[in-house]
Design a protein around this ligand. Structure first.
Ligand code: BG6
Length: 483
């Protein structure tokens, strides 16, 4: 379904995120027929260049990041015709009059702040003083949204000086992932799971976001953040919320966000013993070259920043009393795999022989790769050998189950940008949610900084530090394999 015609200004239009995700994503939506004629994309950044040079740059980005079968000449030309560029000085006056002159009254106006957070305030203020934004305009802001509660509050206050909360779209691209949205469909559109979705039947939950990439190239940003700020405070927190929240009364922005907020507010503080931080080591590669260690990647031999974190979180409410949520994420791990696993309890009484190995029912929701769901169930082993039990997976890959439609799952950014144009905030974080997430994160970070904790070393392409295994072993549980 096409969205309304729009003018989308991408501040930071020559940057990495714009060229890797935003512009190729917009092109794919254009190719799919979702962007109506008359819509315009206006890149804005500091570099002096004209429309033709910017179009050439966008063309290059599309060639690199969009599958060739979508890049036919006619579609490409039509898309590039809708693209233009304005050189702009975010902190000065240059370019703002020109941008104001381009704005049209009869289309949706959206402004994507794909720039350093330090510039959010300047952009917001200038959009107003030059009368570029109207009361229906939307702004899209990227993470990191602050680096602690104090800075997030200030950022919210700055944006609030010029924009109403209903105009502010705080992106967490995990919410745009197809499987993450599916999580809500699975929970709330089926009768099967919800009755079991509580402390009576769920033993624990594991949320894993493992990556194989290191931090090379982004070291200067990453070293100031670490896995807790980069992944846990936002992406993992959102996953946790969607798993743990109460059913919202409707699938509507504030109904959903109210429920997520309640989960964050119910999170218990996390003690020292319930966290393991890690940092990848270097090592020889098969090729004979050396694999750089984290400290070499960030060029600081003394860095204490974590590239891996595992922690045990608890939600102090009626539904989740006593159910641990184990979270782990890290760079340079064995495989790129993200999943949420809901591990159910044993049946209350076994009618089978004691020595029949019982294995728990697990509902695993795979975010990537090969998005899908897997439910492990116990069955009888085939054959005449008596009643022997074994577990088998009920496995579903969305791509296979949905045929062609499933094979072409849109990128998170595509979905989210279209939601901005539609004016739907359901998959965007509200200001109070972000603040609550920092309020939980801050004391955890402050405690390890105060103690001067060193992260544990782990080998590149392993499952992370040994100590992380203990986090579950001591509770009589084990992590699912990263593969
Ligand atoms: C980003 C983090 O927000 O998410 C990166 O800053 C991380 O460090 C990335 O690599 C992971 O996203 P995805 O979609 O590749 O899982």
């Amino acid at each position: 379904i096409p969205v309304e015609p729009f003018d989308l200004v991408v501040f930071g239009g020559t940057g990495d995120l714009a060229t890797r995700k935003i512009l190729p994503g917009l092109y794919r939506r254009f190719w799919a027929g979702q962007i109506p004629e008359g819509s315009r994309i206006i890149g804005a950044a500091r570099s002096e260049m004209d429309d033709a040079a910017y179009r050439a740059m966008v063309h290059e980005a599309i060639a690199e990041f969009v599958a060739p079968d979508k890049c036919d000449k006619a579609t490409l030309t039509a898309f590039l015709d809708s693209v233009s560029y304005v050189p702009i000085d975010a902190r000065g006056t240059g370019g703002w009059q020109q941008l104001a002159g381009l704005m049209r009254d009869d289309v949706v106006r959206a402004f994507y702040f794909s720039v350093a957070p330090g510039l959010f305030g300047d952009l917001a203020q200038r959009l107003h003083s030059h009368a570029i934004a109207d009361p229906d305009s939307r702004i899209v802001v990227e993470k990191p949204f602050g680096r602690d509660l104090d800075s997030a509050r200030k950022l919210n206050a700055t944006l609030a000086e010029h924009f109403d909360e209903t105009q502010i779209y705080r992106i967490d691209h995990y919410l745009g992932k197809e499987t993450v949205q599916n999580l809500m469909a699975v929970r709330f559109a089926n009768i099967l799971f919800e009755p079991l979705w509580n402390a009576q039947y769920v033993d624990h939950v594991q949320i894993t976001v493992a990556e194989t990439v290191g931090v090379g190239g982004r070291g200067s940003y990453y070293d100031k953040s670490g896995a807790m700020r980069d992944m846990v405070q936002n992406h993992m927190m959102q996953l946790l919320c969607l798993i743990a929240m109460e059913p919202p009364y409707r699938f509507e922005p504030d109904a959903v966000r109210d429920e997520k907020l309640k989960v964050i507010r119910a999170l218990e503080p996390v003690g020292h013993d319930d966290i393991v931080r890690g940092q990848y080591r270097g090592g020889p590669r098969k090729s004979g070259d050396d694999e750089l260690s984290y400290t070499e990647d960030v060029e600081d031999p003394h860095s204490l920043t974590e590239s891996y974190i595992a922690l045990k979180a608890s939600i102090a409410n009626w539904r989740w009393q006593g159910v641990p949520f184990y979270l782990r994420t890290g760079k340079k791990l064995r495989a790129r795999t993200s999943e949420i696993a809901v591990v159910f309890k044993e049946p209350p009484h076994s009618i089978f022989d004691e020595d029949e190995a019982w294995r728990e029912n697990v509902l695993a929701i795979r975010l990537q790769p090969n998005e899908g769901m897997n439910l492990s169930v116990m069955i009888k082993e085939p054959g005449p050998g008596g009643m022997r039990l074994t577990d088998v997976p009920l496995d579903m890959s969305f791509a296979e189950a949905l045929g062609e439609d499933g094979a072409d799952i849109p990128d998170a950014y595509e979905r989210l940008i279209m939601d901005v144009i539609r004016g739907n905030q359901t998959l965007f974080m509200r200001g109070d949610e972000v603040e609550a997430a920092w309020a939980w994160t801050d004391p955890i970070i402050a405690a390890w900084e105060e103690r001067g904790d060193r992260p544990k070393g782990y080998d590149p392409y392993s499952s992370g530090p040994e100590d992380a295994l203990m986090l579950l072993h001591r509770d009589g549980r084990r992590w699912r394999e990263i593969r």
